[in-house]
Design a protein around this ligand. Sequence first.
Ligand code: FES
Length: 78
Amino acid sequence: MRVSFMFDGQSVTGIEGQSVAAALLSAGVRHWRDAPDGSPRSGFCFMGLCQECLVEVDGVAIEACRLRVAPALRVDRR
Ligand code: FES
């Protein structure tokens, strides 16, 4: 089943059970946070180890690769 969530104010559609990381990649979104030097980052390990995929939900940092898509989910770039 398709599930839409918000990423930085834009609707992104994923598949139920899919990670936010996978849904963002599938949607062509590659910039999820800024590194300290300002360069864009997305994911690297996709198993919760590297922290490259950090995004924010309600102001709290969370790995996009460990976060599942959900209908009312609002995710922000970090
Ligand atoms: S991609 Fe490495 S923690 Fe998510």
